[in-house]
Write a protein that binds this ligand. Sequence first.
Ligand code: GLN
Length: 484
Amino acid sequence: MNIFDMTIHELHTELKSKRISSVEATKALLERIKSVEPQVGSFITVTPEQALATAAVADKRIAEGECNLLTGIPLALKDIFLTEGIRTTCGSRILDNFIPPYSATSWEKLRDRGAVLLGKLNQDEFAMGSSNESSAFGVTRNPWNTAHIPGGSSGGSAAAVAASEAIATLGTDTGGSIRQPASHCGCVGLKPTYGRVSRYGVIAYASSLDQVGPLTRDVADCATMLEAIAGHDPKDSTSVDTAVPDYTASLKNGVKGLKIGLPKEYFIAGLDPDVQSAMDAAIETYRRLGAEFVDITLPHTDYAVATYYLIATAEASSNLARYDGVRFGHRAEADGLLDMYTRSRSEGFGVEVKRRIMLGTYALSSGYYDAYYVKAQKVRTLIMNDFIKAFADVDVMLTPVAPTPAFKIGEKVNDPLQMYLSDIFTIPVNLAGTCALSLPAGFSASGLPIGLQLIGKPFGEEDLLRAGYAFEQATEWHTRKATI
Ligand code: GLN
């Protein structure tokens, strides 16, 4: 087996028994990146020297008998995570030359366990997008079919796992940005509950919705990554101080008697037939494994996309006010202070980011604030209440991740509304603040991966992972590899 195709647990076994060294594994991944990057474009920055140096340190630790599951494992991060001394662009021209003075807590936790950083991954600019086409550093291509998008905004994070350019990666999810690319690229992606993972050092898009999570080859790896990054962080006041469960320990508990809800609003007439049949097959699999299905309703689903595009853009317009050319990032040649602000922002931001800033500023402006922003907050509460009510009767919910498999590059760039609608099944989860897992569940007739979404109760990640693991044991979708 190729080193670059291994899961975390497979490579860990090799590292621990010293059959493979971390330097060897890191070299294998760096070679792989070199050979497939011209076709895929997952990376914005590759850091070979640092990677090999950290790998050598990891090998020393292993030689001294210290080898946790992540020691010496080569990983990569979405370019939204601050990495001390390593360029961090967030997919934007405005941060083209930004070298952060400190690192994100989630990355520090992985690094402290001995993980090796291969580099920083491509993404939609400021995580605004569903296709990776809004990056200032070019599109990332879907490793299953390079004419198609990998999903977004963590498109590079999903494509890198699918193209075997990293053993696992981290992404962020504000409205679906981990789950939708995971679904389109055939990997496992988890959006944890809001507050489960620290957001410190993660460039903010919409702070009440953003959450950090892993993209991996299987559910066991997902549990390992979550265990490493979860937990309270005094530097993020929204991170919750509850104990982190041993997610790996409960993986094998099965789904007998598990109550799975099917929200009727998610199984609509316009659903792609290949997606529908993958969902039907998944329901059958879970039935066979002893789960029980319950029909449920989330009545305010129709309002989720509109609500999200008011709240997310409002928060973004405020968060992105800091990019003004004064302290960091791009500064334009200008004639006076105001001119400098205007030019730096005009030159630094791309079209989609400008559209969002304008939408958000409008929604927050006096005279419109009550009609749009306050109204959206109220509807958000209704959506949240839908979930609370439905979870009184079920343990998890099963839905599609996206209404269609990955669309073609260029297909929706000129139609923002169509692009926004592709997140219709993922957005409500962020508004409700709960957790959800995206799992490989089949392929379209044209060979593109299709994902299944399991939605959990707040802090119900254990249920998601054990249900995901049971599905994986009963199917072989996650073992298929893109032939890039
Ligand atoms: N596609 C959604 C957006 O553009 C979600 C992005 C995300 O989760 N970061 O806002």
